[in-house]
Design a protein. Structure first.
Length: 151
């Protein structure tokens, strides 16, 4: 699972793997932090702005705890460390980058939800029987829980 895809713009390099996205801002950008890792499973969204005739486009990665750029201009977006600016010729590559990140995120979220499986009634009864046998709960508490589980 060490597969890594690299996307490059004039201002940054974006490395995408199944576990994380790394944004490496190039010299001459507004960012004090030149490199940032974002865990795939924490990404909640990606905003894209297509480049125009004159202005660059951008891709902004949104995740829990990030400060989403609220400004309306490209200058505001360029200052956001979670945003990568790109030229018109790079737009198809960054559309592919966005899709890849979303695909990896979907897999991460799906595997997280499938690994968390509820206990069956038999498993629950066994757990409470062990608590009773260890003296942590009484026979009455065990029987009350048994009645609750069996309906």
């Amino acid at each position: 699972m060490s597969e890594k895809h690299i996307f490059e713009s004039g201002t940054a390099i974006v490395e995408v793997s199944p576990l994380k996205v790394t944004i490496k801002h190039k010299k001459g950008t507004y960012h004090s932090r030149k490199e940032k890792d974002i865990q795939i499973k924490s990404i909640t969204g990606i905003q894209m702005k297509e480049p125009g005739t004159i202005l660059a486009g951008h891709m902004q990665i949104i995740f829990s705890g990030s400060g989403e750029s609220k400004g309306r201009s490209n200058f505001d977006a360029a200052k956001d460390e979670n945003t990568v600016m790109f030229r018109k010729k790079d737009y198809p590559e960054f559309q592919r980058c966005k899709q890849l990140i979303e695909d990896y995120r979907d897999v991460a979220v799906q595997s997280e939800t499938t690994t968390i499986q509820p206990l069956s009634i038999a498993d629950e009864l066994k757990k409470f029987a062990e608590l009773r046998d260890a003296g942590i709960i009484t026979d009455d508490e065990f029987n009350a829980k048994k009645q609750q589980l069996l309906g």
